[in-house]
Structures are given as structure tokens and as C-alpha cells.
Design a protein around this ligand. Structure first.
Ligand SMILES: Cc1ncc(C[n+]2csc(CCOP(=O)(O)OP(=O)(O)O)c2C)c(N)n1
Ligand SMILES: [Mg+2]
Length: 770
């Protein structure tokens, strides 16, 4: 263990800084809850969760942080982070007073909303630390391939109950993570979650769980005062008693009045008094003993500084510091199991102010410029800031000059597009990621060409055996293969999608998975988007068109997800060339730092007759990107009458051939159907709020009340807005229940999305039900 790395003077300085951090964080939350509030409801702000990490954060920011370190702070400790950024001069007092105000500092650290001070967003339990871990991976990918200097370390502060989230363990078990020497986690072991004191088993096993995942574990269990006490003759009894104590019992001990601590400590559960221990403690006053039992490692600044130094001294893999702390440390609510949402009263705040030596009237002040504290802070390394662009911007070609087979699925087109991109300079910036479905999502050609990324080259034991796909692993590879966990996939995509901001190298991350499993990783996908990463998700195959595979693999609800998710455009193209245009457009969008968006591409393995597509043209391309186009114009047909015999068929993706066939069948009975291809339900829907919605351009004024049949291979709701948008009667067809095995034809008929079902819906709307 590295010890004694901090001088007494420095330690005193850090103590003074941490007192100010404690004060400012608590005051900031108090102010948010006492300022004029038109809602009259509690604003909140987690004073207890904040003070729990005051010592850890003070030691980190004012001692251990190195230039360019990237941080993900425990979400509920945001007031501490804001207080620190205030002392660092990156926020003003008015900013602190804007906590939880519209446009002000966010409840949880948000890169999207407060980019000047937040490196990585946190909030939803478990996701922030995992994002930091994959950002460390992305950084290694970039430094290896581009030879650029990337952030030295990614440091994540996590609450102990965050480890309840399965996605944290999915990350810890990911092989790529075990090799990261630029990753440090600090777990705030305050033994409390929101409702309860966390079960005891966790603490006993945590170190070994991390170790078996390949992590170096540093434990900050007890503070130096207690350690010194343990070291005295007979002190082992005290250590054994405290080490063996259940979390709840220890928590209760922290809340006991001074006069009752001794008895509680020396009395075992069977009522037996440990006479030797009682004798050992005899020379400690009640007050001294009370203070002593609360001396945990995560509030011992010198011990914390040593742990940080040790973490840095031997970077062989990821490292975690398990730091025992007290939730509500320094506040009257310290250790109270119900303190998660508790707030100090005005009188308690005043008491705190006095005990911390803050002068009345100077509550919001930072350290005077000439003070030793200010000098220490000014001398700290510069905070992380976005790197300058490394090299020229990647150039996205206008077209790929790729040809597609007469019968092509959108998924197959995707494979060809990637193959073509791989032969262009822009291909160097593309990195693919897959959650164990690279082959089945058409990445094999790309992987053959580009190889699989690993930090060090690995032998290819199948090199001599002919393989459909070569699996060559080296630092030159451009495919990052992950285990199945979809949370990891999305958080990794989000992190790789921040590489421009974090490393200066713009990566174009493309992740593939089966469409039904978007839902499995949805929370992570949402977080990755909220956190500002830009990437392409290719979700394939989708819908019941994946016919024999059955309900567990057929996605139903994903179109609705695509429409609803912010910061990502959802497209479901019908034809191969459309896939190409959408991907090229999305790649350019990923590079557009101001207005760019991610892409969710819902594809299929169903072969589609490419001859059905319009002839390529600039107008066709533009309409594809805007969300849809007219494929069959019934207005030109003789006898077309919008009030009598006209119907509109709106079809997305693989349902377009069914709609074309339905139009043919309808014509035989005198119903003239216009066919519209919806390439993006999302774009059409979002466009409705524009002054001139694109939908109104697509459908001419004379046709606006023509009845609509919509159809997609997914829940009908995905296109159900069309009728109300155009003030026309609508029947929305789709798959509104679980999928099942069967032939494509049988399933389309079963779910009522085939050509006869479309015809029947059109008849119903026209009141011509036969
Ligand atoms: C995914 C998710 N589920 C539930 C919550 C609600 N929640 C907020 S804090 C909390 C407990 C956090 O405990 P811990 O991580 O130990 O943090 P502490 O407050 O003890 O520092 C919970 C369940 C959340 N924020 N995110
Ligand atoms: Mg906790």
C-alpha cells in the first residue's frame, strides 16, 4: 500500500476545502428547496447522498485528478460536483442557485444540458459508470489505431446500490473491460440505498467478484484512527467486532447517543458482555468512542489520497476503490436509514454553517484569491475539455455506385453498403460493434476485410481452415465484438459515439443486433442518446417477416420505440438503394455536431423485388430522407374520384410489395389506390408540427380526405397517426400481438397484413364491404 503521500499541511488544506464543499453542496440543495417555487412541491436534491462522497470527491478533484481525466460522477452527488466546479471557477454562485431550475444546473450531471462542466452523463442507476467504462474502451481503440493522445483515465463514482443493476455486472463480465488500464471506479459504500440498508452479503463478496472479473481492488474500510486503535494490544477484538457487524447494526451504532455506544459495542446478540473488549475501550471517553466507530476509510482524507496514489501507481487493468462512507456524513441525518430524501431544516443549516466556520452573510463565497486553498485549487491540472479535431473531417461520399441484386433484402443491402464503405477513406472511421450477432446481421464481409479489434494481436487458430468468415484479432481491426448483453452494446455505441468529443477522432459507430432485442437494451439506448453519443443502430431482422423464427425473435413494438425516441431518426426502408441513401445521410449527420442525430435502421431479411422501386433521382432520394414518397399515383388513372373510388395505401418497409399487390387487386374491382412508401414513420410524425408538414406536400390538397389503409410489419400504432394528420378515415394494419412460427405468407394472412387484408380494409373504408 502506498502510504503517507500527503503532508500534514496539505491534509489540513484538503480538510478545509472539504468543509467548504460540504457546506456549498448542502446550501445549494437548501436554496433550491427554499427559494420561491410556484409549484409548492418539494424540489429535492439529495443532501445525504451528496455528503457521502464529499471526502472522496475532495481528494479526487483537489489531489488525485490528472490533466485530461474524464469523470462520471455519482448522479445523486451532483450538488457536490457543482460545488467543486464553483470552487474551480467553472461555475458562479448564480449557477449554484439555479439547481433544478429550467435551463439551470440539472438534478443529475448532464452532458447534454450542462456540457461546459459535465464529461459524462449519469442519472439512471448503473448506466453512468458503464458508459465511462466503454468510453475508456473507445479511447483505447482510438489511441491504438490513430496514435493520438487520449484521456489518461476514465473515473467513475458509483453508489453501492447501483451495483444491484444487472447491467453493471454485464459490463464487468465483458472481456474487453477486463483489459482496461485506464479505468477507475470508486464505489461509495454507504450501506444505504433509497429505502433500505443494503444486505450484508454484498460487502463480503464484492472484492472477490471484482477480482474474478480481472479488477484490482483497493479497500478503504476503516479510517486511520480506528486502524491505529486496532493495532494496539487487544485491538483485534474491536476490529473483529466491527468487521463482523451486520450493516443494519453498524448503521444503528452510528445513530446512537454517545452514552450508549459502548454498551452496544461490547454486548453480543445473546446478551453476553465482552469483558476484554470493554476493558480495551476503557480509556476512551463516550464521545471519543462514538466518533471512533464512525471512522470509516471513505472519510479519511489521508487514506483516500493514498488509495488514489496506489490506484495510479500500478495501472495493469481496471481498478476499483471500495470506500466505506456514511450517508449524510457531517449532517444531523448521518447514517439515518431514512435520510435519502431528507432535507436540513433552516435551523439545522444554520447550525451546520456555524460548525463549519462559515460567516453569516458570506454563505455563497468561495475562497479568497490569496488564500492557501485558492492557490491549491488554481494549481490543479486543467479540467478535461473536448479535444481539437484530429486530422481532416472524414468525407462522406455522395453515392457508393453499388449494384444490388434484383431481389434484395434491406439487410443484404446493408452488408453490401458496409463492404463498399470499407474500401473508401471514410471506412477508416467506421467501427462496427455487435452483441454476438455479427454474422447473422450481415457483418461477415466487413469483418473479413477489416478484422476484429483486440488490444493485442491474438493467434488465429483457424487460419489454416477455410472459414466463411475469418476472425483475425488485432489492434488494427475495426469490428468490436461484444458479448450478448444489449445494454453493453448500446452504452458502448454511445461511448464510441462520443469519441470526437473525448479524443478528437470522429468515429462512425455502427452497432448491429436483432430488432426484438432493442427492447432489452432500451434503457441503455435512451441513456446513450441522452448522454449525447451519436451512432447508427442497425436492427435486423425485424417483424414477423422473420417468419420461421417465432414470437420470441419477431419484433412487434419497435416501430413505436423508433417514433418516440428523441435524438435518433428511425427509418424502415423498402429498397436497397434507399438503405444506401439513408446510411450515407446518417454518417454525415453523425459528424454534424450541432444538429446531427443518430440513426435507428429497422431492416429485414425478406427479399424485395427491386424493380418495384422508382427510378433513381435526386427527388426520390430527398423524399426517402424526408420520410416517404408516392410510389403509385392513382390520380392519373381514368375515372379517379377522391370522393367515390379512391383509397390511399401507406406501407412501410417490407410491406410495400403487399401494398402494390393490393392496389392491383383493388383496381380489378374499380377501387383506385394510391400507394405511398413510408421510409420513416418517425420523420413523417415529427414533421407534423412544422408550419408546412411534409405529409401535406406528399398528399395533394384534393386527396386529403381520401381514406387511408396503413400497413407495417410491426404494431399498427406506428402509422396510426396518418388519418388524424390528414383528417381522413384510416384503418391501421399491423401486428398487434405476439408473433409465431410459420411461413411468411401464412403469417401475413394470419395477422391481416397481406394484400387480401389490405384490400378488405380498403373496401371497409369505402363502405363497399362484400
Ligand atoms: C434505474 C434506476 N432505478 C431507480 C432509481 C431510483 N433511485 C434513486 S437513488 C436510489 C438508491 C441509490 O442508492 P446508492 O446507489 O447506494 O446511492 P446513495 O444515495 O446511497 O449514495 C434509487 C433506487 C434510479 N435513479 N434509477
Ligand atoms: Mg448507497
Amino acid at each position: 500500500m502506498v502510504t503517507g503521500s500527503v503532508s500534514r499541511d496539505d491534509l489540513e488544506l484538503l480538510e478545509r476545502i472539504q468543509r467548504r464543499v460540504l457546506w456549498l453542496a448542502t446550501l445549494t440543495v437548501h436554496h433550491a428547496n427554499t427559494r420561491s417555487n410556484p409549484d409548492g412541491t418539494k424540489v429535492g436534491g439529495h443532501q445525504a447522498s451528496s455528503t457521502s462522497v464529499v471526502s472522496l470527491m475532495t481528494a479526487l478533484y483537489f489531489r488525485a485528478l490528472r490533466e485530461g481525466d474524464v469523470l462520471a460522477t455519482k448522479a445523486h452527488a451532483s450538488p457536490v460536483l457543482y460545488a467543486i466546479e464553483y470552487l474551480r471557477g467553472r461555475l458562479g454562485a448564480d449557477d449554484l442557485r439555479s439547481l433544478r431550475v429550467l435551463g439551470g444546473l440539472q438534478a443529475y450531471p448532464s452532458r447534454r444540458k450542462n456540457p461546459a462542466i459535465i464529461d459524462l452523463s449519469t442519472g439512471s442507476m448503473g448506466l453512468g459508470a458503464v458508459t465511462a467504462s466503454f468510453a475508456a474502451l473507445a479511447s483505447r481503440y482510438v489511441s491504438g489505431r490513430w496514435g493520438v493522445k487520449t484521456p489518461a483515465r476514465f473515473i467513475a463514482m458509483v453508489g453501492d446500490a447501483e451495483l444491484d443493476e444487472g447491467n453493471v455486472w454485464e459490463c464487468l463480465l465483458e472481456d474487453h473491460v477486463a483489459g482496461l488500464d485506464n479505468l477507475l471506479w470508486i464505489v461509495d459504500m454507504n450501506r444505504q440505498s433509497l429505502d433500505r440498508i443494503v444486505p450484508d452479503g454484498r460487502r463480503r463478496h464484492l472484492a472477490e467478484w471484482f477480482q474474478s472479473a480481472g479488477w484490482r481492488v483497493l479497500e478503504l474500510r476503516w479510517g486511520r484512527r480506528l486502524e491505529a486503535c486496532f493495532a494496539r494490544a487487544g485491538g483485534e477484538r474491536l476490529r473483529a467486532r466491527l468487521d463482523g457487524m451486520a450493516n443494519a447494526e453498524y448503521q444503528a451504532l452510528l445513530r446512537r447517543p454517545a452514552g450508549t455506544v459502548r454498551k452496544a459495542l461490547v454486548t453480543a446478540s445473546d446478551g453476553q458482555v465482552d469483558v476484554a473488549l470493554d476493558r480495551f475501550l476503557a480509556d476512551l471517553s463516550d464521545e471519543a468512542l462514538q466518533a471512533m466507530v464512525g471512522d470509516v476509510g471513505g472519510h479519511d482524507l489521508a487514506a483516500i489520497v493514498d488509495a488514489f496514489a496506489e490506484a495510479e501507481a500500478e495501472p495493469v487493468g481496471p481498478c476499483v476503490i471500495l470506500a466505506e462512507t456514511v450517508k449524510g456524513w457531517g449532517l444531523p441525518m448521518a447514517g439515518d436509514p431514512m435520510n435519502h430524501g431528507a432535507l436540513l431544516s433552516a435551523a439545522q443549516l444554520d447550525g451546520l454553517r456555524e460548525s463549519l466556520g462559515v460567516e453569516a452573510g458570506k454563505e455563497w463565497e468561495a475562497f479568497p484569491e490569496s488564500s492557501a486553498e485558492a492557490r491549491l485549487i488554481a494549481g490543479r491540472p486543467a479540467p478535461f475539455t473536448a479535444s481539437a479535431l484530429h486530422g481532416p473531417e472524414p468525407q462522406i461520399p455522395d453515392g457508393l455506385e453499388e449494384s444490388y441484386p434484383a431481389q434484395s433484402s434491406s439487410q443484404e443491402a446493408f452488408g453490401r453498403i458496409l463492404g463498399k464503405l470499407g474500401r473508401l477513406p471514410v471506412g477508416d472511421h467506421v467501427v462496427t460493434l455487435s452483441a454476438d450477432v455479427a454474422v447473422t446481421t450481415h457483418l461477415a464481409g466487413w469483418i473479413n476485410r477489416k478484422g476484429v479489434w483486440t488490444r493485442a494481436a491474438r493467434p488465429d487458430h483457424f487460419a489454416d481452415t477455410p472459414q466463411m468468415m475469418q476472425w483475425k484479432e488485432s489492434p488494427a481491426g475495426q469490428h468490436v465484438e461484444l458479448g450478448i448483453a444489449e445494454h453493453n452494446l448500446f452504452l458502448a455505441l454511445g461511448a464510441f459515439g462520443l469519441s470526437r468529443e473525448l479524443t478528437g477522432v470522429p468515429l462512425l459507430p455502427i452497432g448491429t443486433l436483432y430488432d426484438p432485442f432493442v427492447a432489452r437494451g432500451l434503457d441503455a439506448l435512451y441513456h446513450a442518446l441522452y448522454a449525447g453519443g451519436k451512432f447508427i443502430v442497425v436492427a435486423t431482422p425485424s417483424g414477423v417477416s422473420l417468419s420461421p423464427e417465432g414470437g420470441a425473435h419477431q419484433s412487434v413494438i419497435t416501430p413505436g420505440i423508433g417514433v418516440a425516441l428523441p435524438a435518433i431518426s428511425y427509418y424502415e426502408p423498402a429498397f436497397a438503394l434507399e438503405v444506401e441513401w439513408i446510411i450515407l445521410h446518417a454518417l454525415a449527420s453523425l459528424l454534424d455536431r450541432e444538429h446531427g442525430e443518430s440513426l435507428y435502421l429497422r431492416l429485414s431479411t425478406k427479399p424485395v423485388e427491386q424493380a418495384l422501386a422508382p427510378a433513381p433521382s435526386a427527388g426520390y432520394r430527398e423524399r426517402v430522407l424526408r420520410g416517404g414518397y408516392r410510389l403509385i399515383d392513382a390520380r392519373r388513372e381514368p375515372g379517379w374520384d377522391p370522393e367515390e373510388n379512391a383509397v390511399h395505401l401507406f406501407a412501410a418497409g417490407v410491406m410495400v410489395p403487399e401494398a402494390v399487390e393490393a392496389a392491383r387487386l383493388l383496381r380489378t374491382e374499380g377501387i383506385l389506390a394510391g400507394v405511398f412508401v413510408v421510409t420513416s414513420p418517425d420523420k413523417l410524425y415529427r414533421g407534423l408540427r412544422e408550419a408546412r408538414p411534409y405529409l401535406e406536400e406528399l398528399v395533394s390538397p384534393e386527396e386529403e380526405e381520401v381514406p387511408i389503409v396503413s400497413v407495417l410489419d410491426g404494431h399498427s400504432h406506428g402509422l396510426a397517426f396518418l388519418g388524424s394528420a390528414l383528417a381522413a378515415p384510416q384503418l391501421a394494419l399491423g401486428v398487434d400481438t405476439f408473433g409465431q412460427s410459420g411461413s411468411r405468407r401464412d403469417l401475413y394472412a394470419h395477422y391481416g397484413i397481406d394484400a387480401p387484408a389490405i384490400v378488405q380494409a380498403a373496401r371497409t373504408l369505402l363502405g363497399r364491404l362484400k
